[in-house]
Design a protein around this ligand. Sequence first.
Ligand code: CP
Ligand code: NVA
Length: 318
Amino acid sequence: MTVLHSSAPRHFLDIKDLTREELRRILTISARVKAQQEGRRFPLHKDQPLAGRSLGLIMSQPSTRTRVSFEVGMKQLGGAVSILSPSDMQLGRGESIADTARVLSRFLDILVLRTGDDATLRELAHWSSVPVINGLTPVSHPVQILADILTFEEHRGPITGRTVAWIGDGNNVATSLIEAAALLEFNLHLATPEGFDPSEEAIVWARQHGANIITTRDPKEAARNADAVVTDTWVSMGDKDADVRHRTFRPYQVDEALMQHAASDAVFMHCLPAHIGEEVTQDVFEGPHSIVFDEAENRLHSQKGLLLWCLEQNKIPT
Ligand code: CP
Ligand code: NVA
């Protein structure tokens, strides 16, 4: 049975929409469901809190981790999943977002959208009467940051007061990390080349909310004494200027020499997919600092935590 909301649903569109306690709550639920699943490769949960619930995954752009982690996570929690590609929907033939949202809200309990147009996400959320989750837009990637925080804390303990270095493009993942720095009070050093700065709006918001953020053009300065060194592709989905980017970002490659500036036990993180020899060298990616596959695995656990939190927030009985 689909539950229709009498008031606007609580969406998950950006990290900054959360309170610190809400972000902590999602992470706590994620860690709990991970612990429940640990050791069971094919977990058949005795309790399936999302039984009878349905998730719609609308993927306008390619995805491996986001798509599979939401699909598998929802199924592990007992729910059903519809994977929808706009080209297979009437959306691809011109049906409006408003009508699509209102129809899907009658069938489904939660929607996830990955889109190359941030305004489309906002419009879907406006018209949907069920919670909408941002599965990545060019502006932000909040579900990635849930997994990143969970992973950092598993390896290095509480992130509050620690230092994270972001090296490379001031892109969608960087924006969500900036917002998390404010909520969880970690220091964030961002090294980006001119023309590829992180979102000024996000930085202003984060600083207003107490974040300690340093921006620099120098990757070594950003990496100095960092507890985590984080990077991402030089060319995100939808970027048209690949040649310029490859030239501009070359000095921003994360290599062993750069890792030497970080704390000796620093972790290396990357949301993936990675481009070895571009934003990161093989030795760092495969080396002892790298926790990228734990980070990828945690997409599953944090997606489950988020799905449960969404139902909790929207008072949908489980
Ligand atoms: N990190 C991430 O979002 O991966 P996908 O593009 O494979 O979903
Ligand atoms: N910044 C990348 C992240 C991919 C998960 C992109 O938007 O393509």
